[in-house]
Write a protein that binds this ligand. Structure first.
Ligand code: B12
Ligand code: SF4
Length: 486
């Protein structure tokens, strides 16, 4: 029987971080018991991590075109199903994963399979992808994916598909989670209510990828989706919006309507929530248990330079205390090494964490991703440690390598002070303490802190090695550049 065109949608696993922490520089020399220990920890992290399914591929797989069957393959958990002949393989590409994406695309094409690339990296750097693919899908593909599938059926695939404008999210496009294997994920209840951001933080791509205007789905569509998803999976919901409180009125109405559904949920918000008492109460009543907030920096000079302009540093602590007092645990994400930071900054971060009792502190190194304003500035100022044209230098890691020269701190001093900071924050006893005092989601807070205790130990080791040996997977001259600067 002719089953119609067969389409596979692929999500890649990253080499480190959330997809299973591994050392960047020691891997090959690991032997015996140490190798076994590291592999076991990695598998444990992979299995118990907060692995969520790729929403982009859920959206594409939900596009129904008669005569086309789609399947999602998540390479974090399964092998590529090559026993079957695929008419088209779509791969989601993020900067940081380009080498993996391109080599997979090349090998599939060598076997005669047609490949379509889409995702953030394709939108930002289409030309870097061109030689690795048959089809490039630029931008948000919610609507144009149907055109690709229709053209596939007709045997008339084009090389480029452009959405024209950002899709109108108020048009109903129900997302289905039925193609996912529930057992693999922490939850399959992944929802996005809106896209776009009016701010311009210079280390972020979102305002470039999704535009400056905040577009929203209708509240009815989101409530329907929550109802539908919860019939299939009774676990927690994760709203992947960059800031779920971006529009106070919308969020107030949406989450009021979710109260009777009795769900629990995690999400990402701005600290402004601490100054929105009514919305904060509604979040707590609607089942919000934990939020990720981008604190980024408590140094006024860094916030100004990097255009993190929403909220003054003095208001941050108060906002965090208010949110925790409402019974919501907080993951607060910092970046140390911004242009206003000095060797005094770690002590200020430590004080801030102690004062606010932040449940999970995330202490990141700035990662100047190509396509961001900060990347362009560092390139101009000749502060990048790697060849700016080498996309493989921007692999996704977990604070494990330096990609740039901080402004006010020498590299060895920075590495030493960053390592000291993470070793003071992440210990087994502080993890247990944070888990015990967390206002909610205590087990998740404990687990996250324990994982980070392991991950940051890896980070310290890798940074030490990078500084010592000037090892780099980037080109030779870049490694020389690094050793010169160190
Ligand atoms: C949720 C999230 C995560 C989650 C979950 C990721 C997951 N498993 O899906 C977690 C917390 C794990 C995470 C981690 C990281 N993330 Co993240 N994350 C997000 C976030 C907030 C939402 C992603 C999402 O679901 N969006 C909704 C979907 C519908 O949008 P979309 O992915 O863009 O997909 C659309 C198009 O791109 C396109 N498309 C996408 N894939 C494909 C594939 C094909 C074939 C086609 C045709 C089209 C297509 O069509 C889709 C529908 O319109 C985005 C920000 C954002 N606004 O998107 C950042 C974002 C994707 N993350 C980013 C980064 C940098 C990271 C980290 C490196 C952070 C870090 N330092 O550790 C890690 C990398 C981990 C990894 N292995 O990829 C960057 C990527 C930038 C880039 N140039 O690639 C983003 C854009 C945020 C930013 N500040 O710039 N992330
Ligand atoms: S970091 Fe957050 S607030 Fe800043 S531009 Fe990105 S999405 Fe917007």
């Amino acid at each position: 029987m002719n089953k119609g065109k067969q389409v596979l949608l692929v999500f890649l696993a990253s080499d480190s971080g959330v997809d299973g922490a591994r050392s960047l520089f020691e891997e090959q020399s690991e032997k015996g018991a140490r190798e076994w220990f590291n592999r076991s920890i990695r598998n444990l992290i992979k299995q118990t991590q907060f692995a969520i399914p790729p929403l982009a591929l859920m959206i594409l797989a939900s596009v129904e075109v008669k005569g086309v069957e789609q399947r999602i393959c998540d390479l974090r958990f399964e092998e590529l199903p090559l026993e079957q002949q695929w008419d088209l393989v779509g791969i989601s590409v993020q900067t940081g994963m380009t080498s993996k994406a391109f080599s997979l695309a090349d090998s599939l094409r060598a076997k005669g399979c047609k490949v379509a690339l889409g995702g953030a990296h394709v939108t930002l750097f289409p030309d870097s992808c061109r030689t690795h693919t048959d089809v490039l899908v630029h931008g948000e593909a919610d609507d144009i994916w149907a055109d690709v599938l229709e053209d596939l059926k007709k045997g008339e695939l084009k090389t480029d598909y452009f959405p024209g404008d950002f899709p109108d999210l108020s048009r109903s496009r129900p997302v289905s989670s039925r193609l996912l294997d529930k057992k693999r994920y922490f939850t399959t209840n992944i929802i996005q209510t809106g896209r776009g951001c009016p701010y311009h933080c210079d280390f972020c791509n979102v305002h470039i990828l999704n535009g400056n205007r905040h577009r929203r789905r209708t509240i009815n569509d989101v409530v329907d989706e929550v109802n539908r998803f919860s019939k299939h999976d009774s676990r927690i919901f994760f709203f992947v919006d960059d800031s779920i409180n971006a529009n106070e009125e919308y969020a107030q109405e949406l989450f009021s309507r979710l109260i009777p559904l009795n769900i629990t949920w995690f999400g990402q918000a701005t600290t402004t929530l601490g100054k929105q008492p009514q919305l904060l109460e509604t979040f707590a009543r609607s089942g919000c248990r934990a939020l990720l907030v981008g604190i980024e920096s408590i140094e006024p000079a860094s916030r100004d330079t990097h255009k993190k302009t929403q909220n003054r540093p003095t208001e941050l602590a108060e906002a965090i205390i208010n949110i925790r007092n409402a019974g919501i645990s907080l993951y607060g994400s910092f970046i140390y090494g911004l242009d206003g930071d000095t060797l005094e900054t770690p002590a200020a971060i430590l004080d801030f964490i102690r004062m606010t009792k932040l449940d999970v502190p995330g202490i990141n190194i700035l990662r100047p991703n190509p396509g961001t304003m900060v990347f362009e500035r560092l390139k101009e100022e000749k502060r990048l440690l790697f060849d700016p044209d080498d996309l493989t230098a921007y692999r996704y890691t977990f604070g494990q390598e330096m990609l740039y020269q901080p402004k006010n701190i020498s590299l060895p001093d920075f590495i030493e002070s960053y390592s000291k900071l993470t070793s003071e924050i992440f210990t087994i006893s502080s993890s247990v303490r944070r888990g015990l005092v967390a206002p909610s989601a205590k087990a998740a807070v404990l687990l996250f802190n324990l994982f980070y205790t392991h991950l940051y130990a890896l980070s310290r080791n890798d940074l030490k090695q990078q500084a010592k040996k000037s090892i780099s997977l980037a080109p030779r001259d870049a490694a020389d550049n690094f050793s010169r600067k160190v």
